[in-house]
Design a protein around this ligand. Structure first.
Ligand SMILES: NC(=O)c1ccc[n+]([C@@H]2O[C@H](COP(=O)([O-])OP(=O)(O)OC[C@H]3O[C@@H](n4cnc5c(N)ncnc54)[C@H](OP(=O)(O)O)[C@@H]3O)[C@@H](O)[C@H]2O)c1
Length: 418
């Protein structure tokens, strides 16, 4: 049994490529349905830092190609995006997932959100019926490793998020935080985090715009700010200093025309827009409007890198936990991989034993039923004793090498009986 992954992430691809492969939570079931039709088992993990597909199978070369093909076809990536893709298998792929769930592979190291997203990816695959035992076990182990990393090290102490980095970057540019007006577009997790930081830094007026007003009401009730419906966005922009765009929309929610109109009503007042959504919420040519300063998620990389350097000691501690958990998981994986060989070894031995027993019984027809039972039990126990050591050898480490040795020793692939 092998596991492979193909992916695209914030280190290998810029935002304009990553956004093509991004899958919203609403769109995930349709992609998993497609996966089930073509590959049967797999998990799709799509976060603002990455989109990855994990699948299992028995031939590693086919598996890696199938992963890449699915990622490209399902997400509409073309050949030009091939240089941005990465492919990993087995131990390397599993260790990568552990890094992801511990927050080591994120732009903001130690971020909490990714652990929940790994859990959601597993839950969606369960719901769509694309899960199998090895994938479930690998993802569950990654989640518990992610929890251990956060409980036993300081990797997520005083946690940062992309939202907080974005708000802090914008507020560091303006002169008067107390007199500053902020519009947050999106009332999900990213919006809530942005609102909390903006409130705690003392921004005077914070408007939260959500497609559904109730959602904005829910977060402003607990974290401050004003809820605003999408129809009021244009009016709000006329005297806004900062926009943090973080709606989970597959298309832009802030277009050049809207921003130009707002700017023409306040030509002297600069507008800072930080778009942390993936796909981006703001049309890129908005950045060309006079007095508009547009940043996207990749523009926050430098600040995230500083944060990474501060956490280097914690990274080493998390790596120690990952190494321990990997050891346990790889033992399980090898024992699991050995199961088909053990089954075929036992099946073959039993077939031979039963045939020999029945042949002998025909020649010893005078034996009583009780004696026949004794012979039956005797032959079974001889077979069990002979198989005990090879089975143990496989269970202790069903590596490809051990499986091959047993296959060859017992001629399991030659189609003949022992
Ligand atoms: N979570 C994070 O920490 C994080 C970090 C960095 C970047 N991001 C990015 O930020 C964005 C939001 O992430 P999230 O975790 O906050 O997701 P989320 O909880 O699903 O976001 C929900 C928000 O997006 C709005 N929305 C959804 N579909 C929309 C559409 N078609 N048009 C307009 N608005 C729509 C929702 O409006 P309704 O009120 O109608 O539901 C709601 O306000 C994503 O692009 C994500 O990649 C998130």
């Amino acid at each position: 049994m092998h596991v492979s992954l193909a992916g695209i992430n914030h280190r290998t691809a810029p935002v304009e490529v990553r956004e093509k492969a991004a899958i919203s939570p609403d769109g995930l079931p349709a992609h998993l349905h497609l996966l089930r039709r073509h590959l049967q088992h797999g998990i799709i993990l799509s976060t603002c830092n990455r989109t990855e597909v994990y699948i299992t199978g028995s031939h590693i070369g086919d598996l890696e190609q199938a992963c890449v093909d699915f990622l490209c076809k399902s997400m509409g990536l073309t050949e030009s995006t091939a240089p941005y893709l990465y492919v990993m298998s087995d131990r390397v792929a599993i260790e990568h997932l552990f890094d992801v769930s511990c927050g080591l592979d994120s732009m903001v190291i130690g971020e909490y959100e990714v652990l929940g997203q790994v859990g959601q990816a597993l839950a969606e695959a369960e719901k769509s019926g694309t899960i199998n035992l090895p994938l479930r076990h690998v993802f569950e182990s990654a989640i518990s490793t992610g929890r251990r990393a956060r409980n036993e090290t300081g990797i997520s102490r005083n946690p940062l998020s992309i939202s907080s980095i974005a708000v802090n970057k914008a507020l560091d540019i303006v002169n008067d935080i107390g007199g500053c007006k902020i519009v947050i577009i999106g009332a999900g997790e990213a919006g809530r985090l942005a609102l909390r930081v903006a409130s705690s830094r003392g921004a005077a007026d914070i408007a939260v715009v959500s497609r559904t007003l109730e959602r904005a009401v829910r977060i402003t009730d607990t974290c401050g700010g004003r809820p605003v419906g999408p129809d009021m966005l244009a009016a709000e922009l006329r005297d806004t200093d900062i926009v943090i765009a973080c709606a989970a929309s597959p298309h832009p929610v802030l277009r050049r025309g809207q921003v130009s109109e707002a700017i023409s009503a306040r030509p002297q007042l600069p507008l800072i827009i930080i778009d942390i959504a993936l796909p981006r919420n703001v049309e890129p040519d908005v950045g060309g409007i006079d007095n508009v300063h547009l940043y996207n998620i990749d523009d926050l990389n430098e600040l995230a890198d500083n944060h990474r350097q501060e956490r280097e000691a914690e990274v080493a501690a998390v790596k120690g936990i990952i190494a321990e958990e990997m050891e346990m998981l790889m033992r399980w994986w090898q024992a699991y991989s050995a199961r088909p060989v053990i089954k075929s070894l036992m099946g073959r031995a039993e077939k031979i034993r039963a045939a020999q027993y029945h042949n002998s019984m025909k020649k010893m027809a005078s034996l009583s039923e009780e004696d026949k039972l004794h012979v039956d039990l005797l032959t079974r126990s001889i077979v069990d004793k002979i198989l005990r050591d090879p089975i143990l050898y496989l269970k202790e480490g069903g590596s490809a090498e051990r499986i091959d040795i047993i296959n060859r020793l017992f001629g399991l692939n030659d189609g003949k009986d022992l």
